[in-house]
Design a protein around this ligand. Sequence first.
Ligand code: PMP
Ligand code: GLN
Length: 383
Amino acid sequence: TVSRLRPFASTIFAEMTDLAVRHGAINLGQGFPDVDGPPAMLETARRAIAEGVNQYPPGSGMPDLRRAVAADRAARYGLEYDPDTEVLVTVGATEAISAAILGLVEPGEEVLLTEPYYDSYAASVALAGATRRTVPLARSGNGFVLDVDALRAAVTDRTRMLVVNSPHNPTGTVYDRESLTALAELACERDLLVLSDEVYEHLVFDGRTHVPLASLPGMAERTVTVSSAAKTFNVTGWKIGWALGPRELIDGVRAAKQFLTYVGGAPFQPAVAYALEHEQDWIVSMRNELQRKRSLLSNALSDAGLKVFDSAGTYFVIADLTPFGHTDGVAFCRELPARIGVAAVPVSVFVDDAPSWNHLVRFAFCKRDEVLTEAVRRLSALQ
Ligand code: PMP
Ligand code: GLN
């Protein structure tokens, strides 16, 4: 392995899922749902295979899907994208992220991340030969907020891109309009590109609304937004995502994407297009279900004696191990599957400053009720 990738040799999600499988543990580590998406969407994929939609789709993705993505963005947020030039279908949001960084950031330039950050950001920055700088989220009440002043202080003349993720993995924070507006002002002031990872855009709870960064003043022209069918329609294994942005930026993303995978997932693309057009109600009911599961797991973790942070969105809730006399989240997560048959993920793997975050552990609640209830029963044995 080359030196720039050596720190990323294996992801924590793979490690914890392996451990869960080995010990027959309930996997609340890696975030994936355990029920399928809308039946008519699944049927559309089956039919596409039967009808021979099995060869390379166009390089930017199938026109129907690009149109459906653009129409959804317009209907939902009033944001207009040209499906021919400003929408790129990718192999999951993961590829959109890597391709955006590879296609838009020069080696040696800096990419600013907030920590905790989703693991692929740091690896993609390394792949591009760029440098990452990280700024921690600040604590606020029982949750976290963006620290825009600290981000401002971390911008240098070499900073090219800022990566933002709201709703936020792993903390479940949903940034409010005010802090996103302050962030947008910083991006404009310092002429930064912004990569806005909005894969959890539909998973916001308690009546909150998702604010797409590209909707704020001055942002449409500098923002590449990524999202994905994975979290929208419970198909993490289909790997259909997309990048949206002004033509000049999407050209850069496409230039990288075409040599990473060229194209992906032909028969899944019409199915996701179908779902975006016809399954909006399904998204709403899934969000309501997840909100209930969020409360179920958060309350249970709290009853088990952990200190639980507020989760306002995503699949995830994080908890503080300190009340258990534990401060080492990595050791805790490595022993948990064998000890009680539950897997979780340490938050310290999402950061550069591991000691400050090592007492926190992330649990996923995107599981069937009976699975969550059994996990909760096992977790109560921790006391
Ligand atoms: N960004 C975030 C914040 C994620 O949690 C994930 C994982 N689902 C991804 C991107 C990757 O999405 P995909 O599975 O579509 O590649
Ligand atoms: N995004 C999911 C998570 O945070 C899974 C990602 C992965 O396995 N790479 O758990």
